[in-house]
Structure formats: structure tokens, C-alpha cells
Design a protein around this ligand. Structure first.
Ligand code: SF4
Length: 955
């Protein structure tokens, strides 16, 4: 392959990197002759890995970024392992047999020297939870919050008088029914009493009030981590105990298809046979137990899988207890059948070793053919793997890392598609509990307490009563009659029923004060939940009760939230409690009231929205030797730095950016501010739905379909807007005019349907191209209506004929009525100048009602940072969407930015032009304004005439 004229955009001292990195700048595993920008990218990455710390590397999509990452990072890994081996050899030659921990020399980086020692200490380190230090200057959690008094005096008898009478009517009814059930149960308990013992909690002792270590169970019970993702499964432990294989690279990306793509690229290189790689994913993706898969929902699949393993364990122990002295070594009769035979799990590993890197589908196939669980099979490979490929969630969430046993210490983390990392990261720490979940949890706690009150020790009683006080308080917060208690404005009363969601946001402390639960020590409560296994005891008892009820009262359709959904409800509640232990300024609490509908109340939830990512990111960065953020475009890097690693100055940050491999004549980006009839195209909020604007856009497309060959992709800002426009064109006849030239396809709302529609779109383009080569058919391609932020805009490639022209309709600013978004805007607005708290109080009493105007008011009152963040969200979405086209060096496409707001106004030179936020390779070729449609038509005609025939061999 020849190398086009494409240079490095950023002053990145490439020569220096090549010297400091892989001396000769050669990466022999690269399967083709690399372009110069690919060599530069690989050299930069190699040198950053040598240096360690946090680095950002951007390279436009279609420039072979994934392959470059593989060939550079794995080359570095192999080189390090070689160095390590030769060091050991030299040392043992010198001193006879000497341990690796004593090796090291002055020219060896500190982290390498420490690696062996650290590995020895890892066991101990795992026990410590360290915040801050290393890269981070600080990372203290809100100590103030930890001093809340445990279990207030108001809750002594568990009736929650101090919280007011918050319980809703439906909850009252449920309570009444529960009481009835409990009474019925009481009469039956003689027969089942001995069985109920298994649900009785061990006696629990609290420690001193000022200790944050909480209390302890008298007999150690199997603690259950409260977060659903962190729930540790015993079945996996045995197999995960394998020896760590040494230096590791963790590569993560957003979607499973991106991970599969990574594995495919890996196989193109020599590293596929040289290193050991394993791909991880969720149970939902890996599970091969048909019964469990039927649950469909990820949380429920997780819960069911864990439940199956617990059942298996319990059954084994029960057999031992009731046995007659004979130890039966037969495997448990219940539990997941896909995990019963250890021999099959061993075979799975052996085959995986032989086959090399497999993607998720292939692992599932292997597991299915052997009849053993691929999820646990893949997990068991992690300790010995050199490369672990996994989705965002598994790596970025601390509880997932712990659950999977991922050890980042002195290892390398590469995060691909990191263009929206800060938002993705913090959203993993959100917690949400709904009105109906709270009612279910409360109902189960009450039933449990009724049954065991006289058998429980004072510690347990107090904690359960406290949990009930909290559930009552939460339900009360959502209950309509207490609306005014939540500092919400009376103007909500004037709103139409059924239409709006009444939501308010507040800081953690305000929320706790308002609900009068500020005297509860949530850290001790967490400890109690973990130590006592109460969630499973209460849910187990609930299940037992429901089963008995069902068998004795055949027609009793009322049940108290039995089965796995109750467990999920408890998890959601427990996650919410965990979020209340965060620092006051770390996040906000959103209270969204149930909607009034004709059939009663619907919905309603309490949500914790995490706002700060610094602490979360530092937990990862402190451990790892290097953290690499890679992406097509990572701008604005300043925003990412401020939100995730503010302790690192911009000058200290390793940053590399390269240009595209396509020549400038292969791209035609044009700002289109007027339509064919000369009307101004303005898609701002107030004018975009006007029939004149919609019609003018339609006329523009009617013209484009005759000048653009093959496929056109049109991006709209939302599904709602796309539908409005589509229907308007349908009734006005514009759609018919378009369809005379091109077949029209629309992005379906359901992600699972996208694949099929895309396939038809592609076939349609290919078929018409063949027809046209034979005789002049009236149609000459297809048109795809897509939505910014939808599946198509994030992960689908429209290379070659699939996307000869991308039309971006308007500027897709996010909806300002989104309360969580506005909280983030306010938080970011306060970053860096120490006034985050004052800014956060900007709208403590603000009532959001799906009201766009309230959102605009907040944006208006924000300073530079808040506004900039809001703008950046819009341009990140645009860049993602237009980056779907031009996927390789021979590809070419036109990009039309349709809205007068894209055009720079020469009279307002002081205002930055929005197109400044476009990637440099697009900006460099941008035609910033066209005076009329004729000009645009001419440009397009020349562009496609010039490029005709190029890249056809790639189709
Ligand atoms: S052990 Fe594996 S196959 Fe069985 S339920 Fe869990 S994930 Fe599914």
C-alpha cells in the first residue's frame, strides 16, 4: 500500500517518540505496510506505555486505529516480558538462584522493578481500599456523612412515627393484606416452624457508635455484597484462584460488536498465536441455560444465575446435615446444569488455549458444544491471560472489577471509544429505586419482622426497623399528598394530570434532612446488609410464604412480590442506600413523583445521579501502570481532564492526535444554510417544526437524490422529529418524489430490528447499482433516515456506497428538560473555581416539569463551563454521526451540515463558530457557506464526477 500525504496534526515529537519508544519505529506484527500516520500512532502509544500514567490518543475512524493499538501495545507487552525474562536470567546467572523480587537495575523503570514485589503484596493490597494518592492529590469521601447517628431514637419500636404517616393507601392496603397473610401464616407455622429457622438471622452486635466498621454477626455468615454487579458467586471462586500470569493489558470498548471487531483484528496479527487472550462479557451475552435466558433482562439473569449457585450450595450442605454419617460426593441435584461438571470446564479451557482468541459468539458456541458455561469458562482464563478484552461496564465499575477478580495493579488499561468517557463512567454509579419496588421491599420487611420479632436479637430488630423507616420515608417522598414537604413549588398543582412527571432534585444531605432520616448511619447500615445476608433471608422467607399461600389458598391471587424480582427490588433499594454514603457534592438525588393517570398513579422513582468521576477514575489510575484513552476524536480534552483527572495539568498529559488517511479531495463537507427555494434553513427549537422549514428540507432532499449516487444517510435529532418530518413529506407528496430516485429506509426504534433494515438498505443499493450498469433504471440508490444517538449513529459503518453523502439536519442539542443533564451542566459549571457548591444550589428549589424553558433558564444562568459542556455534547454527537462515512483510504463522501447556525457570521467575529468543534480533518476541507442551492449542486456534481470509480473494488 502506498502512503498518502497525511501528516501528524499535533506537535507530538514523533521522532523523539520513535527513539524513546520502539527505537526503529518498526512494528513487525502489523500485517500490511503501515501508513506513516499509523507508524506515528504506534510509536506514540509505545512511548506512552513506557512512560506510564494517563495518555490520550486520537485517530479518526477508518485509519486502522484498532490494528495500530494491537500492534503497538502487544509489541510493548511482549518486549516487557522479554526484558523481564532476560533480567531474571542475568540475575540468576550472577547469583545462582535468586528471586525476581531482588532483580532490577537503574535503567529499568520503577514500576517494572516493583512489579514482582507488588505481585507478592497483592493479596494484602486487595484488602485495603485506597482512595487518592498516586496520580490523585486527594480523594476523601465525605467524612461528615459518616458521623450520622446510628438508628435514631425515633425508631425504637419500628413504627417510624418520626417520619410522619407517609405510607400510601395502596401500601396501607398491602400492609393490611400482609398482616392478614402473616396471621394466616402464624396459624400454619406450627407445621413449618422448623423450616423457617433457615431464614432466621444470626444475632448481630453493633460496635461503638463512632466506629464506622459497623457491627458483626456472631457467627460469620456468607456476606452478600449489596450491589447486583458485585454479588460474588461462590461457584466461580474455585476456578478463579489460578495463579496470576504477570503483566496484563485490559482492553475495553463500548459494545460487544466493537469487541468482536477487536478480536478479528487481533487474529490478523502474529500476536494471535503468541499471546493468551480472553474475551469477557455479561451473563446475558454468555449464558447458555435456556431457562435462565428466558428471563431476558440482564439483572434478572444475573440474579437467577447466582440463585442457582446458592441453591446448589445449600442443597449440598443440607445433604450433609441430614445424612446418616455417609458423605455423599454426588453433585448437587439443583444449580445450573452447565456448571456441574468440572471436567467440562477444564476441557473448555484447554480448547480455548488451543484455539486462541475467540469473540463472545465463538465462546458461546464452544460452551454450547461442550455443554459447559462459557461465562465462567472465560472468567477462569483471566488470571493467566496476557490480554483481557472486555466491555466498559466490566472494567470501569469497581464492583464489577472486584467481582471478576480483575487486578489492575501495575497493569495496562486501554479504553477505546473514549469520546464520552466521563459521562459513561459516572452513569455506572447511578442508583434508582421505583415506587413499586419500595412498596415490595417494605412489605417483605414487615412480614419478616412480624414473623420473627420475638426470635430476633435487639441488633437485628433495630436494623430491620431502621430499614422500614427508610422505605416508609422514601415512599412518603414519592407520595403525592406529601409533595409540599419536599420543597417543591405549588405551581405543580396547576399542571395537567397525566402529562407531566413532577421531579425535583436536591443534594444528599437535603434529601436526608427533608425525610427526617439524617440521623441514620448509612455506612453501618451497609455493613449490616453485607454481614448478615438479610436480603436473601427476607426474600427467602417471602418466597416460602408465597409458596405456602399458593398451595393452601388456591385462588389467592394476591402475593407479596415473590421470586427473583423481589431480590432485584432489594438490590435496587440497597444500591440506593449505598449511594447515600457518597459525599454530599458527589451527586444529586432526583425525586420523580408518580404520574397521575386515569387508572391511578404510575411510575415514580428516587434516583441518585453521580456527578463527579474524579474519585472513580483515580481508583483505576492509581492502580494501573498506564491508562490509555483512545478514540476517533477525543476533543475537548480539557473537559475530560477537568472531570476525570484534574490533578494532572494539561501540559503533563500525554496527548497524540493524527490526521486522516484520506486525501482532502475525498471529502466534501459543506455548510448548507438555504434550501433550493432560497428559504433559510433554521432547525432551532422554535422553528424546526414549522411547515415551511420541513418543506424546504424536503425540497433539498428531492434535489440531492438526483445528484448523489448510491446511499444517502440523513441524521435527525430525535425519533420524534424524524417521524414528524416523514409524515409531513408523506402527506405533501415530497416522499413520493424522493422515492422515484431512491428507496427510503428508516431507523427502527428497537435496536434488535436495526440489523435487518440495514441489510435491506445495503441490498437495495447494490441491486440498483447492478441494474444501472445494465440499463438506466429510474432509481439510483437508497436513502436512510437515522437518528443522532440511535444505534446507527454510534456503531454502524457506512463505508463506500452505503454512505456517499451524510446529511446532518440541524444541531442535535440534548433536551434541556432532562433534569439529570441539567444537574451535570450545573456541576460542570462549578468545576475548577471552587464554587461548585454555590452553583449546585442554583436551583435547589427548582421544580422540573418536563419544561424546556426551565432548562433554558439554567443554561442562561450558567457560566462558560456549563454552556461549553452542553455545546460539546451536541458536537460529540455530530462528530460520531458524520464519522460513520469514509472508512478507508479509498473511500469518499460528502457531508452536508444543514442549518444556518453552522455558518460563521463574519459580523460576529468575536463569537466562536460552532464548526470549530468539528474534527480537524473535516474542518480543513470545510466549505463554510454557500450562497444558494445552485452552488451546492455544482460542488456536489464536480465532487462525485471527480471521485467516480474510486474505491469500487472495496465493495
Ligand atoms: S452458570 Fe452460566 S449457563 Fe448457568 S445460569 Fe449462570 S451464566 Fe447461565
Amino acid at each position: 500500500m502506498s502512503s498518502p500525504e497525511a501528516g501528524v496534526e499535533q506537535p507530538v515529537e514523533v521522532e523523539e517518540m520513535r527513539k524513546g519508544g520502539r527505537g526503529d519505529g518498526r512494528f513487525p506484527a502489523f500485517p500490511y505496510e503501515p501508513y506513516s500516520i499509523q507508524v506515528d500512532f504506534m510509536s506514540a502509544l509505545y512511548s506512552y506505555l513506557e512512560r506510564g500514567g494517563i495518555s490520550m490518543l486520537e485517530s479518526p475512524t477508518g485509519t486502522g486505529k484498532t490494528l495500530s493499538i494491537i500492534c503497538s501495545a502487544l509489541q510493548w507487552l511482549v518486549d516487557q516480558k522479554e526484558k523481564q525474562k532476560s533480567k531474571v536470567k542475568v540475575e540468576s546467572d550472577k547469583n545462582g538462584v535468586q528471586s525476581l523480587s531482588n532483580s532490577g537495575s537503574d535503567d529499568e523503570p520503577d514500576w517494572m522493578r516493583n512489579f514482582a514485589n507488588d505481585k507478592k503484596n497483592q493479596g494484602e493490597d486487595k484488602k485495603k481500599v485506597k482512595f487518592g494518592g498516586g496520580f490523585s492529590q486527594k480523594g476523601e469521601r465525605g467524612k461528615g456523612e459518616s458521623n450520622r447517628d446510628l438508628l435514631s431514637r425515633d425508631c425504637k419500636r419500628g413504627n417510624g412515627e418520626s417520619c410522619g404517616e407517609f405510607i400510601s393507601k395502596s401500601a396501607e392496603k398491602k400492609r393490611f393484606q400482609t398482616m392478614k397473610r402473616c396471621e394466616k401464616m402464624q396459624s400454619k407455622t406450627v407445621a413449618v416452624e422448623s423450616n423457617d429457622d433457615e431464614f432466621l438471622l444470626e444475632e448481630y452486635e453493633s460496635d461503638e457508635e463512632d466506629s464506622i466498621s459497623g457491627g458483626r454477626s456472631k457467627r460469620k455468615v456468607g456476606g452478600v455484597c449489596i450491589s447486583s454487579s458485585s454479588d460474588e458467586d461462590e461457584a466461580a471462586k474455585g476456578s478463579d484462584d489460578e495463579e496470576e500470569g504477570g503483566l496484563k493489558i485490559y482492553f475495553c470498548s463500548r459494545t460487544h460488536s466493537q469487541l468482536s471487531q477487536f478480536v478479528k483484528e487481533l487474529r490478523k496479527t502474529a500476536f494471535a498465536d503468541e499471546i493468551s487472550a480472553v474475551c469477557l462479557g455479561s451473563r446475558k451475552n454468555f449464558c447458555i441455560n435456556e431457562e435462565v435466558l428466558k428471563l431476558r433482562n440482564s439483572t434478572r439473569i444475573n440474579e437467577r444465575c447466582l440463585e442457582l449457585q446458592k441453591t446448589k450450595k445449600n442443597d449440598v450442605s443440607k445433604m450433609k446435615n441430614i445424612g446418616t454419617g455417609r458423605m455423599r460426593r454426588t453433585k448437587a441435584v439443583s444449580g445450573c446444569p452447565m456448571l456441574r461438571k468440572h471436567k467440562l470446564q477444564r476441557q473448555f479451557k484447554e480448547q480455548l488455549f488451543q484455539l486462541g482468541a475467540l469473540d463472545i459468539e465463538e465462546l458461546v458456541h464452544l460452551g454450547s458444544s461442550l455443554g459447559t458455561c462459557p461465562y465462567y469458562g472465560a472468567r477462569s482464563m483471566v488470571p493467566s491471560a496476557d490480554l483481557v478484552v472486555l466491555p466498559y461496564q466490566s472494567l470501569l465499575s469497581k464492583s464489577s472489577r472486584e467481582s471478576l477478580g480483575l487486578n489492575l495493579k501495575n497493569n495496562v488499561v486501554i479504553i477505546d471509544e473514549a469520546h464520552n468517557l466521563a459521562d459513561s463512567l459516572i452513569s455506572m454509579y447511578d442508583a434508582k429505586v421505583t415506587f413499586s419496588q419500595l412498596e415490595d421491599v417494605h412489605c417483605h420487611l414487615e412480614m419478616y419482622l412480624e414473623r420473627f420479632f420475638n426470635l430476633l436479637g435487639p441488633g437485628n430488630r433495630r436494623y430491620i426497623q431502621t430499614l422500614m423507616v427508610i422505605t416508609r420515608a422514601f415512599i412518603g417522598a414519592l407520595n403525592e399528598k406529601n409533595r409540599d414537604d419536599l420543597n417543591t413549588s405549588k405551581k405543580a398543582d396547576n399542571l395537567p394530570a397525566g402529562k407531566i412527571t413532577i421531579a425535583s432534585s436536591m443534594a444528599i444531605n437535603d434529601f436526608l434532612f427533608t425525610l427526617n432520616i439524617d440521623n441514620i448511619n448509612f455506612i453501618k447500615l451497609q455493613h449490616y446488609l453485607k454481614e448478615t445476608n438479610i436480603i436473601h433471608k427476607v426474600c427467602g422467607y417471602g418466597n416460602r410464604t408465597a409458596t405456602l399461600q399458593a398451595s393452601s389458598t388456591f385462588n389467592d391471587s394476591e402475593s407479596c412480590g415473590e421470586d427473583i424480582s423481589t431480590l432485584s427490588n432489594f438490590r435496587a433499594f440497597a444500591d440506593m442506600l449505598l449511594s447515600l454514603t457518597n459525599k454530599n457534592t458527589d451527586g444529586r438525588i432526583i425525586v420523580s413523583k408518580p404520574k397521575k393517570t386515569l387508572s391511578g398513579q404510575q411510575g415514580g422513582y428516587i434516583k441518585f445521579v453521580m456527578l463527579t468521576g474524579e474519585k472513580i477514575f483515580s481508583e483505576m489510575a492509581d492502580q494501573a501502570h498506564a491508562v490509555i484513552l483512545a478514540g476517533g476524536t477525543l476533543q475537548p480534552i480539557e473537559e475530560t481532564r477537568e472531570r476525570l483527572f484534574p490533578w494532572l495539568s494539561l501540559e503533563m498529559l500525554n496527548f497524540f492526535s493524527c490526521s486522516h488517511i484520506v486525501p482532502p479531495e475525498s471529502i466534501l463537507p459543506v455548510v448548507v444554510s438555504r434550501g433550493p427555494s432560497g428559504r433559510v434553513l433554521d432547525f432551532s427549537y422554535s422553528t424546526r417544526i414549522s411547515s415551511a422549514t420541513v418543506e424546504e428540507l424536503g425540497l433539498l432532499l428531492c434535489n440531492l437524490v438526483s445528484v448523489v449516487p448510491e446511499g444517502i444517510v440523513v441524521f435527525f435529532s430525535s425519533f420524534e422529529y424524524e417521524e414528524l418530518v416523514y409524515n409531513a413529506w408523506k402527506s405533501s407528496g415530497i416522499l413520493d418524489r424522493i422515492q422515484k430516485k431512491k428507496c427510503v429506509f428508516r431507523e427502527p426504534r428497537k435496536n434488535t430490528d436495526v440489523e435487518l433494515v440495514l441489510q435491506k438498505y445495503k441490498e437495495s443499493i447494490n441491486n440498483l447499482a447492478q441494474c444501472n450498469s445494465i440499463d438506466a433504471a429510474p432509481q439510483n440508490g437508497a436513502l436512510f433516515f437515522a437518528v443522532v444517538g440511535g444505534k446507527v449513529s454510534e456503531g454502524i459503518n457506512f463505508s463506500d456506497g452505503m454512505g456517499r453523502c451524510i446529511v446532518m439536519v440541524g444541531l442535535p442539542y440534548p433536551n434541556p428538560s432532562n433534569i439529570e443533564l441539567m444537574e451535570r451542566v450545573k456541576h460542570i459549571d462549578g468545576l475548577g473555581d471552587g464554587n461548585a457548591i454555590s452553583n449546585l444550589s442554583l436551583s435547589n428549589d427548582e421544580l422540573y416539569m418536563g419544561d424546556v424553558q426551565a432548562g433554558f433558564n439554567i443554561l442562561r444562568s450558567c457560566g462558560h463551563r456549563g454552556k461549553e459542556y452542553y455545546e460539546n455534547l451536541c458536537f460529540k454527537a455530530i462528530n460520531q454521526s458524520i464519522g460513520r462515512a469514509i472508512r478507508h483510504a479509498d473511500d469518499y463522501a460528502a457531508i452536508l451540515l444543514v442549518d444556518k447556525r453552522y455558518a460563521s457570521d463574519p459580523s460576529k467575529r468575536s463569537n466562536p463558530c460552532p464548526t470549530d468543534k468539528l474534527p480537524k480533518w473535516i474542518k480543513d476541507s470545510l466549505v463554510p457557506r454557500t450562497n444558494n442551492y445552485g452552488e451546492l449542486h455544482r460542488l456536489l456534481h464536480q465532487f462525485f464526477k471527480f471521485n467516480k470509480g474510486r474505491g469500487d473494488h472495496k465493495k
